[in-house]
Design a protein around this ligand. Structure first.
Ligand code: UD2
Length: 291
């Protein structure tokens, strides 16, 4: 029912029920308590969302940051996997943010797809590189994306698509931890704007997306929280991710992705994970984060 309501919010007609081909997944949580659908493999036909967005003329911006050593280590593989799996057949503009535009790999893009490279300063601390993404994304939505694209998806670069197509069904944040474990990760410092006493899920900052308006509101609010913290000499426990979680607590998403959409293989086998679409690449923090 949750999934049906999600689809209906997109102004579909009565053919929705048949086209969605809804199936149940009794083994997992498929609906949040605020009635947002949680997207799991096998519950619906993902092509349905894509076809509908094609009809509506939707177009997508994908933002990714490859600053310092992250460029050589991950960008080529990330972009290639996007070409194989991300919004295949749909109009996509990649917005690549880097301090070294001349080193961005020359990827052969499919029709309807293009790339814009945006130069950013390299902050000396990796924490600031990660946090300042919120400002850069908010700025580029205002100056460029809002005039060309209907949706924005924001990704960490150290990830690889391996299975299936990631389409419009994926326009939502992705929880890292279910409610029972989420509280372990929340920021516990009352001095930080990201402070949370309680929460729902714990969300990755590695993937989130939605309409340009919703992503603009999210990134702007997170950036404001980050800057207020800086003025007060505080830093949230998990940086931009803590601010994103605080935002999600106050502004509940209308759709949530299951962990199938962003998975770390080191967690091991889990019977409820039927498909792993996007995997974390190996993290070489020791060598990549040094200035
Ligand atoms: C987590 C979050 C990440 C961010 C970070 C903040 C996940 C899977 N990811 O990742 O979104 O909130 O925590 O603590 O939960 N980057 C560069 N150059 C750098 C450093 C970072 O380009 O020198 C970019 C790059 O796109 C990278 C992203 O920032 O993927 C996040 O940094 P990370 O992957 O080192 O952070 P991590 O793994 O702790």
């Amino acid at each position: 029912k949750c999934h049906l309501e999600s689809a209906k919010r997109l102004n579909l007609d009565s053919s929705v029920d048949a086209s969605l081909n809804l199936q149940s997944r009794p083994d997992v949580l498929t609906c949040t308590y605020w009635k947002a659908a949680i997207i799991w493999e096998g519950m619906f036909d993902p092509r349905f969302y894509d076809e509908m967005h094609k009809m509506k003329g939707s177009s997508v911006a994908l933002t990714v940051f490859a600053v310092g050593r992250y460029l050589d280590a991950y960008l080529h593989t990330f972009l290639n996997s996007c070409e194989q799996h991300f919004m295949v057949g749909l109009p996509v503009t990649y917005y690549v943010f880097t301090d070294m535009p001349e080193k961005v790999p020359n990827i052969k893009l499919s029709p309807l797809r293009s790339m814009k490279v945006i130069k950013v300063e390299k902050n000396s601390r990796w924490q600031d590189i990660s946090m300042m993404r919120m400002k850069s994304i908010s700025d580029v939505i205002e100056s460029d994306i809002r005039h060309h694209c209907t949706h924005v998806f924001c990704f960490d670069v150290d990830q690889i698509w391996i299975r299936g197509s990631w389409g419009f069904s994926g326009s939502a944040p992705c929880p890292l931890l279910p409610p029972s474990k989420a509280f372990l990760h929340y920021d516990r410092n009352p001095k930080s704007k990201a402070y949370m006493e309680t929460g729902d899920f714990y969300y990755h900052a590695a993937i989130f997306g939605g309409s340009w308006k919703s992503v603009k509101a999210l990134t702007e609010a997170c950036y404001q929280g980050i800057m207020e913290d800086k003025q007060n000499n505080v830093e949230a426990l998990w940086h931009d991710e803590s601010h994103l979680n605080k935002y999600m607590l106050l502004h509940k998403p209308s759709k949530v992705l299951s962990p199938e959409y962003c998975w770390d293989t080191s967690i091991g086998f889990r019977s409820d994970i039927q498909v792993t679409r996007l995997l974390w690449a190996p993290k070489y923090y020791d060598t990549l984060r040094t200035p």
